[in-house]
Design a protein around this ligand. Structure first.
Ligand code: HEM
Length: 278
Protein backbone atom coordinates (compact mmCIF):
# COMPACT_ATOMS: atom_id res chain seq x y z
CA UNK A 1 0.00 0.00 0.00
CA UNK A 2 1.24 3.53 -0.78
CA UNK A 3 1.14 6.62 1.45
CA UNK A 4 -2.29 8.06 2.41
CA UNK A 5 -3.55 10.86 0.15
CA UNK A 6 -4.74 13.92 2.04
CA UNK A 7 -8.48 14.52 2.15
CA UNK A 8 -8.37 18.31 2.59
CA UNK A 9 -5.99 20.87 1.05
CA UNK A 10 -3.15 21.84 3.40
CA UNK A 11 -0.41 24.50 3.03
CA UNK A 12 2.47 23.18 0.89
CA UNK A 13 6.19 23.60 1.52
CA UNK A 14 8.07 25.49 -1.21
CA UNK A 15 9.76 22.21 -2.27
CA UNK A 16 6.41 20.44 -2.57
CA UNK A 17 4.96 23.38 -4.54
CA UNK A 18 7.98 23.48 -6.88
CA UNK A 19 7.76 19.72 -7.51
CA UNK A 20 4.00 19.90 -8.16
CA UNK A 21 4.44 22.82 -10.58
CA UNK A 22 6.63 20.52 -12.71
CA UNK A 23 4.13 17.63 -12.83
CA UNK A 24 1.43 17.69 -15.53
CA UNK A 25 -1.93 15.97 -15.29
CA UNK A 26 -4.34 15.35 -18.15
CA UNK A 27 -7.46 17.48 -18.09
CA UNK A 28 -9.03 17.34 -21.57
CA UNK A 29 -9.24 14.64 -24.25
CA UNK A 30 -8.03 15.73 -27.67
CA UNK A 31 -11.63 15.27 -28.98
CA UNK A 32 -12.90 17.82 -26.43
CA UNK A 33 -10.13 20.31 -27.27
CA UNK A 34 -10.91 20.06 -31.00
CA UNK A 35 -14.67 20.28 -30.43
CA UNK A 36 -14.26 23.30 -28.12
CA UNK A 37 -12.23 25.32 -30.63
CA UNK A 38 -14.43 24.26 -33.54
CA UNK A 39 -17.41 25.44 -31.46
CA UNK A 40 -15.70 28.75 -30.51
CA UNK A 41 -14.82 29.47 -34.18
CA UNK A 42 -18.37 28.64 -35.25
CA UNK A 43 -19.79 30.99 -32.61
CA UNK A 44 -17.49 33.79 -33.71
CA UNK A 45 -18.61 33.43 -37.35
CA UNK A 46 -22.29 33.00 -36.46
CA UNK A 47 -22.33 35.99 -34.08
CA UNK A 48 -20.51 38.20 -36.60
CA UNK A 49 -22.90 37.32 -39.45
CA UNK A 50 -25.99 37.06 -37.21
CA UNK A 51 -25.46 40.63 -35.94
CA UNK A 52 -24.98 41.77 -39.56
CA UNK A 53 -28.28 40.16 -40.60
CA UNK A 54 -30.49 41.96 -38.09
CA UNK A 55 -31.40 45.16 -39.94
CA UNK A 56 -34.92 45.79 -38.63
CA UNK A 57 -34.91 49.06 -36.63
CA UNK A 58 -36.91 47.22 -33.90
CA UNK A 59 -34.24 44.57 -33.17
CA UNK A 60 -31.02 45.94 -34.65
CA UNK A 61 -28.19 46.38 -32.18
CA UNK A 62 -25.13 46.59 -34.49
CA UNK A 63 -24.26 50.12 -35.75
CA UNK A 64 -25.04 51.02 -39.39
CA UNK A 65 -21.34 51.09 -40.34
CA UNK A 66 -21.04 47.43 -39.18
CA UNK A 67 -24.04 46.34 -41.30
CA UNK A 68 -22.55 48.11 -44.34
CA UNK A 69 -19.11 46.60 -43.71
CA UNK A 70 -20.52 43.04 -43.45
CA UNK A 71 -22.64 43.50 -46.57
CA UNK A 72 -19.52 44.77 -48.35
CA UNK A 73 -17.53 41.66 -47.29
CA UNK A 74 -20.22 39.20 -48.49
CA UNK A 75 -21.40 41.18 -51.53
CA UNK A 76 -25.07 41.01 -50.41
CA UNK A 77 -27.23 40.20 -47.40
CA UNK A 78 -28.50 37.07 -49.18
CA UNK A 79 -24.92 35.74 -49.42
CA UNK A 80 -24.35 36.55 -45.75
CA UNK A 81 -27.48 34.59 -44.83
CA UNK A 82 -26.35 31.64 -47.00
CA UNK A 83 -23.00 31.65 -45.18
CA UNK A 84 -24.72 31.88 -41.75
CA UNK A 85 -26.94 28.88 -42.64
CA UNK A 86 -24.06 26.82 -44.10
CA UNK A 87 -21.90 27.33 -40.97
CA UNK A 88 -24.92 26.60 -38.74
CA UNK A 89 -25.73 23.35 -40.56
CA UNK A 90 -22.08 22.23 -40.36
CA UNK A 91 -22.11 23.00 -36.61
CA UNK A 92 -25.30 20.94 -36.12
CA UNK A 93 -23.86 18.00 -38.11
CA UNK A 94 -20.59 17.95 -36.11
CA UNK A 95 -22.48 18.11 -32.80
CA UNK A 96 -24.82 15.31 -33.91
CA UNK A 97 -21.83 13.08 -34.73
CA UNK A 98 -20.30 13.98 -31.34
CA UNK A 99 -23.59 13.28 -29.51
CA UNK A 100 -24.12 9.92 -31.23
CA UNK A 101 -20.58 8.50 -31.28
CA UNK A 102 -19.22 10.25 -28.20
CA UNK A 103 -22.21 9.68 -25.95
CA UNK A 104 -20.65 7.14 -23.58
CA UNK A 105 -17.17 8.62 -23.31
CA UNK A 106 -17.66 12.34 -23.66
CA UNK A 107 -21.26 13.44 -23.44
CA UNK A 108 -22.26 11.19 -20.56
CA UNK A 109 -19.06 11.05 -18.48
CA UNK A 110 -17.36 14.30 -19.40
CA UNK A 111 -20.35 16.59 -19.78
CA UNK A 112 -23.24 15.23 -17.69
CA UNK A 113 -21.14 14.01 -14.74
CA UNK A 114 -18.21 16.44 -14.63
CA UNK A 115 -19.34 19.64 -16.37
CA UNK A 116 -22.95 19.91 -15.27
CA UNK A 117 -23.63 17.86 -12.12
CA UNK A 118 -23.67 20.36 -9.22
CA UNK A 119 -23.00 18.85 -5.76
CA UNK A 120 -23.33 20.28 -2.22
CA UNK A 121 -19.78 21.76 -2.35
CA UNK A 122 -20.68 23.53 -5.60
CA UNK A 123 -23.75 25.15 -4.04
CA UNK A 124 -21.67 26.30 -1.08
CA UNK A 125 -19.00 27.56 -3.53
CA UNK A 126 -21.60 29.70 -5.34
CA UNK A 127 -22.82 31.15 -2.04
CA UNK A 128 -19.34 31.93 -0.68
CA UNK A 129 -18.11 33.27 -4.07
CA UNK A 130 -21.04 35.71 -4.16
CA UNK A 131 -20.40 36.81 -0.54
CA UNK A 132 -16.68 37.19 -1.32
CA UNK A 133 -17.51 39.43 -4.29
CA UNK A 134 -19.70 41.56 -2.01
CA UNK A 135 -16.95 41.65 0.63
CA UNK A 136 -19.31 39.98 3.17
CA UNK A 137 -17.16 36.95 4.11
CA UNK A 138 -13.58 35.73 4.28
CA UNK A 139 -14.50 32.03 4.40
CA UNK A 140 -12.31 29.89 2.12
CA UNK A 141 -13.98 28.46 -0.98
CA UNK A 142 -14.92 24.77 -0.70
CA UNK A 143 -12.76 22.36 -2.78
CA UNK A 144 -13.91 21.89 -6.37
CA UNK A 145 -14.01 19.06 -8.90
CA UNK A 146 -12.59 19.16 -12.43
CA UNK A 147 -14.78 22.23 -13.13
CA UNK A 148 -15.78 24.83 -10.55
CA UNK A 149 -19.43 25.68 -9.87
CA UNK A 150 -19.29 28.86 -12.00
CA UNK A 151 -18.02 26.89 -14.99
CA UNK A 152 -20.71 24.26 -14.37
CA UNK A 153 -23.45 26.91 -14.44
CA UNK A 154 -22.10 28.24 -17.73
CA UNK A 155 -21.93 24.71 -19.18
CA UNK A 156 -25.51 24.10 -18.02
CA UNK A 157 -26.60 27.29 -19.79
CA UNK A 158 -24.72 26.32 -22.98
CA UNK A 159 -26.03 22.76 -23.10
CA UNK A 160 -29.62 23.92 -22.51
CA UNK A 161 -29.42 26.73 -25.08
CA UNK A 162 -27.65 24.79 -27.85
CA UNK A 163 -30.62 22.48 -28.70
CA UNK A 164 -32.94 25.54 -28.75
CA UNK A 165 -30.58 27.45 -31.06
CA UNK A 166 -30.25 24.44 -33.36
CA UNK A 167 -33.98 23.62 -33.56
CA UNK A 168 -35.05 27.24 -34.07
CA UNK A 169 -32.30 27.69 -36.68
CA UNK A 170 -33.54 24.62 -38.58
CA UNK A 171 -37.17 25.81 -38.30
CA UNK A 172 -36.26 29.19 -39.84
CA UNK A 173 -34.03 27.66 -42.55
CA UNK A 174 -36.57 25.09 -43.77
CA UNK A 175 -39.73 27.07 -42.88
CA UNK A 176 -41.06 24.23 -40.74
CA UNK A 177 -44.57 24.35 -39.21
CA UNK A 178 -45.78 27.60 -40.88
CA UNK A 179 -45.23 31.33 -40.61
CA UNK A 180 -46.34 31.80 -36.98
CA UNK A 181 -43.94 29.14 -35.67
CA UNK A 182 -41.13 30.54 -37.82
CA UNK A 183 -41.75 33.99 -36.29
CA UNK A 184 -41.63 32.52 -32.76
CA UNK A 185 -38.52 30.52 -33.69
CA UNK A 186 -36.81 33.81 -34.56
CA UNK A 187 -37.61 35.31 -31.14
CA UNK A 188 -36.46 32.15 -29.33
CA UNK A 189 -33.29 32.00 -31.46
CA UNK A 190 -32.27 35.55 -30.47
CA UNK A 191 -33.19 34.92 -26.83
CA UNK A 192 -31.16 31.69 -26.48
CA UNK A 193 -28.17 33.23 -28.27
CA UNK A 194 -28.44 36.31 -26.00
CA UNK A 195 -28.33 34.11 -22.89
CA UNK A 196 -25.21 32.28 -24.09
CA UNK A 197 -23.52 35.55 -25.09
CA UNK A 198 -24.09 37.01 -21.61
CA UNK A 199 -22.38 33.94 -20.10
CA UNK A 200 -19.67 33.99 -22.79
CA UNK A 201 -18.49 37.44 -21.70
CA UNK A 202 -17.50 36.02 -18.31
CA UNK A 203 -16.32 32.71 -19.83
CA UNK A 204 -13.96 34.32 -22.35
CA UNK A 205 -12.69 36.81 -19.76
CA UNK A 206 -11.98 34.00 -17.25
CA UNK A 207 -10.52 31.73 -19.93
CA UNK A 208 -8.38 34.12 -21.92
CA UNK A 209 -7.64 37.11 -19.65
CA UNK A 210 -7.92 36.29 -15.92
CA UNK A 211 -4.29 35.71 -14.79
CA UNK A 212 -5.06 32.99 -12.19
CA UNK A 213 -6.83 30.89 -14.80
CA UNK A 214 -3.99 30.94 -17.37
CA UNK A 215 -3.23 27.20 -16.84
CA UNK A 216 -6.90 26.46 -17.67
CA UNK A 217 -6.54 28.38 -20.93
CA UNK A 218 -3.42 26.44 -21.95
CA UNK A 219 -5.14 23.20 -20.94
CA UNK A 220 -7.65 23.86 -23.73
CA UNK A 221 -4.68 23.71 -26.14
CA UNK A 222 -2.33 21.12 -24.64
CA UNK A 223 -4.91 19.03 -22.74
CA UNK A 224 -2.86 19.16 -19.50
CA UNK A 225 -2.52 21.36 -16.37
CA UNK A 226 0.20 21.42 -13.73
CA UNK A 227 -0.50 19.67 -10.46
CA UNK A 228 -0.05 22.81 -8.36
CA UNK A 229 -2.87 24.61 -10.20
CA UNK A 230 -5.08 21.51 -9.92
CA UNK A 231 -4.32 21.27 -6.17
CA UNK A 232 -5.21 24.90 -5.48
CA UNK A 233 -8.21 25.32 -7.80
CA UNK A 234 -9.69 21.83 -8.26
CA UNK A 235 -8.66 19.92 -5.13
CA UNK A 236 -11.37 17.23 -5.32
CA UNK A 237 -10.34 16.41 -8.91
CA UNK A 238 -6.61 16.45 -7.94
CA UNK A 239 -7.42 13.91 -5.19
CA UNK A 240 -9.39 11.70 -7.61
CA UNK A 241 -6.39 11.65 -9.96
CA UNK A 242 -3.98 10.82 -7.10
CA UNK A 243 -6.22 8.04 -5.76
CA UNK A 244 -6.44 6.54 -9.27
CA UNK A 245 -2.64 6.79 -9.71
CA UNK A 246 -2.11 5.06 -6.38
CA UNK A 247 -4.53 2.28 -7.36
CA UNK A 248 -2.55 1.70 -10.57
CA UNK A 249 0.74 1.72 -8.66
CA UNK A 250 -0.62 -0.82 -6.17
CA UNK A 251 -1.80 -3.05 -9.01
CA UNK A 252 1.60 -2.88 -10.73
CA UNK A 253 3.67 -3.49 -7.57
CA UNK A 254 4.50 -7.23 -7.47
CA UNK A 255 3.00 -8.86 -4.38
CA UNK A 256 5.49 -10.83 -2.20
CA UNK A 257 5.05 -14.46 -3.25
CA UNK A 258 4.04 -16.98 -0.59
CA UNK A 259 6.26 -20.00 -1.29
CA UNK A 260 4.74 -23.47 -1.31
CA UNK A 261 6.36 -25.44 1.57
CA UNK A 262 8.49 -28.39 0.44
CA UNK A 263 7.22 -31.96 1.29
CA UNK A 264 9.78 -32.14 4.13
CA UNK A 265 8.56 -28.79 5.54
CA UNK A 266 4.95 -29.95 5.20
CA UNK A 267 5.75 -33.11 7.17
CA UNK A 268 7.49 -30.94 9.76
CA UNK A 269 4.45 -28.67 10.06
CA UNK A 270 2.21 -31.69 10.62
CA UNK A 271 4.39 -33.11 13.40
CA UNK A 272 4.31 -32.23 17.13
CA UNK A 273 7.15 -30.02 18.43
CA UNK A 274 8.87 -33.05 20.00
CA UNK A 275 8.80 -34.86 16.65
CA UNK A 276 6.00 -37.31 17.54
CA UNK A 277 3.32 -37.63 14.82
CA UNK A 278 -0.03 -36.02 15.75
C1 HEM B 1 -12.45 32.79 -27.56
C2 HEM B 1 -13.40 32.11 -27.01
C3 HEM B 1 -13.25 31.12 -25.90
C4 HEM B 1 -12.25 30.94 -24.99
C5 HEM B 1 -10.97 31.72 -24.83
C6 HEM B 1 -12.61 29.81 -24.16
C7 HEM B 1 -11.86 29.29 -23.14
C8 HEM B 1 -12.14 28.11 -22.47
C9 HEM B 1 -11.26 27.44 -21.53
C10 HEM B 1 -9.90 27.94 -21.15
C11 HEM B 1 -11.89 26.35 -21.07
C12 HEM B 1 -11.33 25.32 -20.09
C13 HEM B 1 -11.68 25.64 -18.67
C14 HEM B 1 -11.02 24.65 -17.72
O1 HEM B 1 -10.52 23.61 -18.16
O2 HEM B 1 -11.00 24.92 -16.50
C15 HEM B 1 -13.18 26.28 -21.70
C16 HEM B 1 -14.14 25.32 -21.47
C17 HEM B 1 -15.41 25.38 -21.95
N1 HEM B 1 -15.88 26.25 -22.94
FE1 HEM B 1 -14.87 27.79 -23.74
N2 HEM B 1 -13.84 29.36 -24.57
C18 HEM B 1 -14.26 30.12 -25.64
C19 HEM B 1 -15.43 29.99 -26.34
C20 HEM B 1 -16.45 29.15 -25.96
C21 HEM B 1 -17.74 29.12 -26.59
C22 HEM B 1 -18.16 30.01 -27.75
C23 HEM B 1 -18.48 28.21 -25.90
C24 HEM B 1 -19.91 27.81 -26.09
C25 HEM B 1 -20.82 28.57 -26.57
C26 HEM B 1 -17.64 27.63 -24.89
C27 HEM B 1 -18.04 26.64 -24.03
C28 HEM B 1 -17.21 26.00 -23.12
C29 HEM B 1 -17.64 24.93 -22.24
C30 HEM B 1 -19.06 24.38 -22.13
C31 HEM B 1 -16.51 24.55 -21.51
C32 HEM B 1 -16.43 23.47 -20.41
C33 HEM B 1 -16.92 23.98 -19.09
C34 HEM B 1 -16.40 25.31 -18.68
O3 HEM B 1 -15.19 25.52 -18.55
O4 HEM B 1 -17.24 26.23 -18.52
N3 HEM B 1 -16.41 28.22 -24.95
N4 HEM B 1 -13.32 27.37 -22.55
Amino acid sequence: MGTAIQTVPTPLTSDQAAAMAQQQIKKHHVAIVLLHWFNATTWLLELATGAGLIVSPYYRFAPIWYLQMMEGIFGSRANMLRFHIAVGLTWITVFLVYAIFGFRNYLHTEVLQHEIGLDADDLRWLKIRTLLLLGRTDEPLPPQGVYNAGQKLFALLVYSAIPVIMLTGLTMTFHWFGTVIVAWAMVLHYFAVGLVVSGLMIHVYMGAVFPEEKPAFYSMITGVVNELYAYHHHFKWWREVKVQEQRWRDELTPKPEVEEPSPAEKADLNSEPDGAPR
